[in-house]
Ligand binder design. Structure first.
Ligand SMILES: Cc1cc2nc3c(=O)[nH]c(=O)nc-3n(C[C@H](O)[C@H](O)[C@H](O)COP(=O)(O)OP(=O)(O)OC[C@H]3O[C@@H](n4cnc5c(N)ncnc54)[C@H](O)[C@@H]3O)c2cc1C
Length: 612
């Protein structure tokens, strides 16, 4: 059967921060080369970089004047990435990230990203969760969007072919090397065979971002279904650290992360009956003062981590929801027994440093809403614009939400995956981050490994011949696979079911029994099969990818028999405390690979951080 063939030297899949940076560098390296960038959705409107915002989005960089201002200050940055990552990332990749952060930041600055500067012209930097020194550069709540816009402008000025609204559904391999990909046009309705595009490429860079949609509640935009993880897995590439996922409380209605001042105002945590529930899940004897301090502290440790005691709040919230309740933040009344003046002195100081709209002390101590209006009045207005009026007594419904995948397609120092011709960058890649990813380093890693993978892929293919030809049987295979997607559960039903399985068993509280149960349910879903429903082909193919990703996440969770970073592993669901980390035996990462259709997991030793 004839098919549309698009030939290129380097194919980049995904047009977020990582994909755009990779495309620019591939073209700059191989000026005569054909570089094609393909993306799901509209350019500049899909994916996380183009759409995500938060209080103040951070881009980490060690600049010559970043504290401690020595010529080797990047080493502290590398150490933070490695240490906060729980020693389960590759130390050499942490060094690359830290060393290259200055030039990555300066490149964006030259492209016109409006980073905030101090009066002396230097870039303003602040401290984000976990890091020792202030490295976070920012433009405001839309730092990522500004990066996307600047990179897009640059791409538009170059001879790079862009194909929008095309989902890459599979990679094509020949003798162990990736040689192409199959894409499907997102326009539902027209004949399926006319919608299929075959790409023949000497090298491919996966920059497809993370997989928020594996879970019921997340802060990702639509369409983030971990396609790159599934494509790489099916092609036989290694993946790593898939159990490490950033999770924290966010508004179900607006997807706003409830961190920073929203916690530092110390609201009540209520269920739908108006009952305060935190204490029911906390260790016995915890005082109201300690609970108030924990809520305040949660403002500075949004993602769950074993080493932050604030994870008790996430566990309580998760268990309350698992009991069938809904959970709300209430700003009308102080938590039971809370007295502002009994907050730790360091938190009172922190509070004082954030006051924007000073109010009398009697008012400050009287309600969380008064405090929020004192330290972050904009958030009250923002929530009102988005349908939650705190002043009229409305509450924010929250749930543990997924924000970032630390793991992904295992890369090495050239951004290269474990199979020839394949590269990965950004959130799709893994190994550069460990259990936790320090705030600001995700946007950074997309730029650093976007650039590196673009350069290395272009260098690799420059003198490579374009062969072999892709045979039409590959298209036939794909079409017959689509044809088979007629029996079985409707894709939307399967997606809903798998999301509830992962959310119950692989989110905040992970237990051996729950994970085994979850994997059994997942297996039953697979056996049932998946059929294309009214949502169309792309939705069904994404759902198939989600099944693969869900299985990788749950198998990795079950294999790691300890807690580390956001992976809280409990012997039993009712246990109050997670198991401790096991060092040194678990200073290892879990590598996942598809070996002849079987998901194989191996425990391996990461490359250590070594400055010598
Ligand atoms: C609310 C929120 C706040 C955050 N705050 C910060 C922060 O302050 N600092 C920080 O460092 N990080 C932050 N992060 C994380 C960071 O923004 C992301 O990790 C980063 O933007 C991901 O960039 P990326 O290029 O890898 O992927 P994305 O920007 O998600 O781009 C992925 C691209 O791939 C395309 N795609 C996906 N699948 C396919 C397919 N099958 N075929 C074709 N195209 C495909 C998508 O359409 C999209 O264009 C935040 C994330 C969120 C959600």
């Amino acid at each position: 059967m004839a098919f549309k063939l698009i030939q290129c030297d380097v194919l980049i899949i995904g047009a977020g921060g990582a994909g755009l940076r990779a495309a620019i560098e591939a073209k700059e390296t191989f000026r005569k080369g054909k570089i094609v960038l393909v993306t799901k959705g509209s350019l500049g409107k899909s994916g996380v970089t183009a759409t995500a915002c938060s209080d103040r989005m951070a881009f980490h960089a060690t600049l010559p004047y970043t504290e401690p201002a020595t010529s080797e200050n990047w080493r502290y940055h590398a150490e933070d990435i490695y240490r906060i990552g729980g020693y389960v990332s590759d130390g050499d990749l942490a060094m690359i990230l830290a060393k290259e952060s200055q030039s990555a930041m300066e490149y964006l600055d030259r492209l016109g990203v409006p980073f905030v500067r101090k009066e002396d012209g230097r870039i303003d930097q602040f401290i984000t969760d976990g890091s020792e020194y202030a490295r976070a550069c920012y433009t405001g709540p839309r730092t990522a969007n500004h990066i996307e816009e600047a990179l897009l402008k640059k791409v538009a000025s170059m001879d790079i072919r862009i194909i929008e609204h095309c989902m890459i559904a599979d990679l094509i391999k020949y003798r162990g090397r990736v040689i192409g990909a199959i894409g499907i046009d997102e326009k539902e309705g027209s004949k399926i065979k006319d919608r299929v595009k075959i790409f023949s490429s000497k090298a491919i860079i996966l920059a497809t971002g993370g997989a928020g949609e594996v879970f019921e509640t997340h802060v990702f935009p639509e369409g983030m279904t971990g396609d790159g993880y599934a494509l790489a897995y099916r092609a036989g590439a290694e993946l790593v650290n898939m159990e490490f996922i950033q999770i924290g409380p966010a508004s179900v209605k607006t997807k706003l992360n409830c961190s920073g001042s929203l916690m530092r105002a110390v609201p009540r945590f209520l269920n739908e009956k108006g009952e305060e529930f935190l204490r029911n899940y906390f260790p016995k004897g915890i005082s109201s003062v300690e609970i108030g301090n924990l809520i305040f502290e949660k403002g500075a440790s949004w993602p769950i981590s074993l080493d932050k005691r604030t994870h008790l709040i996430d566990v309580a919230m998760f268990k309350e929801i698992a009991q069938g309740h809904r959970v709300f933040l209430d700003y009308g009344t102080n938590p039971e027994g809370f007295r502002f003046e009994r907050l730790d002195a360091k938190w009172q100081q922190r509070y004082a440093s954030e006051v924007k709209n000073p109010i009398p002390f009697e008012q400050r101590v009287s309600s969380p809403l008064d405090r929020l209006s004192e330290i972050n009045p904009e958030s009250i207005e923002w929530l009102k614009e988005h349908g939650i009026d705190l002043r009229s007594g409305e509450r924010i419904e929250i749930a543990p939400c997924i924000q970032h995948f630390q793991g992904g397609v295992k890369i090495r120092e050239k951004g290269n995956a474990s199979i020839k011709g394949l590269y990965a960058a950004g959130e799709c890649a893994g190994g550069q981050h460990g259990a936790n990813r320090p705030g600001g380093n995700a946007l950074l890693d997309g730029q650093v490994f976007g650039k590196i993978s673009g350069h290395e892929a272009a260098m690799e293919v420059m003198h490579l011949e374009q062969k072999p030809k892709i045979s039409s049987s590959r298209l036939d295979q794909f079409l017959s696979k689509l044809n088979r997607m007629k029996d079985g559960g409707k894709a939307s039903q399967i997606r809903k079911s798998l999301q509830s399985i992962t959310s119950l068993h692989a989110s905040v509280v992970r237990t051996p029994e729950g994970l085994r149960k979850g994997l059994k349910h997942l297996e039953a879903l697979r056996r049932e099969g998946l059929s294309i429903d009214e949502k169309g082909y792309v939705y069904a193919l994404e759902t198939e990818n989600l099944l693969d990703v869900a299985e990788m996440v749950m198998r990795a969770c079950l294999a790691r028999k300890e807690s580390r970073g956001p992976h809280l592993f409990f012997n039993r669901f009712d246990d109050l405390c997670p198991l401790p980390s096991q060092d040194p035996s678990w200073r290892k990462y879990i590598v996942i690979q598809n070996e002849s259709g079987k998901m194989v997991l191996k425990k391996e030793k990461p490359v250590s951080l070594n400055f010598s």
